[in-house]
Design a protein around this ligand. Structure first.
Ligand SMILES: [Zn+2]
Length: 325
């Protein structure tokens, strides 16, 4: 009989996002044999979120034809401050009622009958690209996840680098001293220019001041109340001047921050993921590379730039890899 940690044992992975919970059952080789998705609760508190996470994982296990207590382990990629040692998650501010600390690993482990580990969502997604996706050829890389915010992850010498727990916050590298106000409350962070949240706030202000744009018409046509990645893409496709201006500004900010990180770490590759990063794809990864190049101290051998390959399931697959380390 095979031991739980043996080769071929199945693991669970859960990617906890602000709008959805994605669960998957994953083999040691990274193949997904079952998956399920549930909406993240918008009210209640951490217990309610944990209960939906457990349900999602049970559904994924049903789809894979296994029991959750037979899994070698279940990894969780979580927003907020995820403590890998204690399994507690604190300050997950985009989740309902989650300002304090909550024992997420213990709670899920009791519900599902398997060991549970938690880590930062962007760190595990970066690790998934490193082990199974666009980062496979490299020993060191920087993951840049361009979405509502801009998250980052670092792999150095074949291992995730988390520092004292908070490394890789590339969105909060300063690209302009005294610059735009960031959702984090500080000024001049890259995310203040490139995060979808910050870009939408800026677009609404400029639109109110009379700037010409189809962004909000497209939003209404598609029955949305916010500017999703798809709406930005459509506006760019139509040559919308405000969308072009703001996306151009975002590309500059991402390129500047990524180049500064490369000047410090000299990683082999930069992987661009996230909702906007994946939607805009290769042509925009090239624009980011061009922007980076202006700021690279050693510019004759720039790092490779790739778009993330694992798509929507990357977070859950990466979380399952927490039982592979
Ligand atoms: Zn910031």
């Amino acid at each position: 009989m095979q031991t739980a940690a043996g080769n071929g044992a199945l693991r669970g992975g859960i990617d906890l996002g602000g709008t959805k919970i994605q669960a998957a059952i994953v083999s040691a080789a990274g193949e997904v044999s079952g998956e399920a998705r549930r909406a993240t609760p918008t009210s209640g508190g951490p217990k309610d979120v944990a209960s939906e996470m457990a349900k999602a994982l049970v559904e994924a296990a049903d789809a894979a034809g296994v029991q959750t207590d037979s899994l070698a382990g279940i990894g969780v990629g979580s927003p907020g401050d995820a403590d890998e040692q204690t399994g507690e998650v604190a300050e997950a501010k985009n989740l309902p009622g989650w300002s304090g600390s909550f024992p997420l690993a213990t709670t899920l482990s009791e519900a599902l009958g398997a060991p549970v580990r938690v880590a930062n969502d962007v760190d595990v997604a970066t690790n998934a690209e490193f082990k199974l996706g666009a980062g496979k050829p490299y020993r060191s890389l920087l993951g840049v996840f361009w979405g509502t915010g801009v998250g980052g992850g670092v792999i150095l010498d074949g291992k995730r680098w988390v520092g004292r727990g908070a490394a890789g916050e590339i969105g909060h590298m300063v690209v302009k001293r005294g610059g735009a106000r960031c959702p984090c409350g500080r000024r001049g962070c890259m995310e203040a220019y490139a995060g979808r949240g910050a870009m939408e706030a800026k677009a609404r202000r400029e639109h109110a001041d009379g700037a010409k744009t189809k962004l909000f018409e497209i939003m209404e046509e598609h029955d949305r109340d916010r500017l999703t990645s798809g709406i930005w893409e459509r506006a760019i496709h139509h040559g919308d001047p405000l969308a072009e201006k703001l996306i151009g500004r975002a590309v500059e900010a991402i390129g500047t921050a990524a180049a500064s990180a490369v000047n410090l770490l000299d990683v082999e590759a930069v992987i661009i993921g996230g909702g906007l990063g994946v939607r805009f794809g290769e042509p925009y990864a090239e624009k980011i590379a061009k922007e980076m190049h202006k700021h690279l101290f050693v510019d004759e051998r720039p790092p490779a730039i790739h778009v993330a390959e694992l798509g929507d399931l990357g977070g859950a697959i990466g979380a399952s890899l927490l039982f592979d380390e």
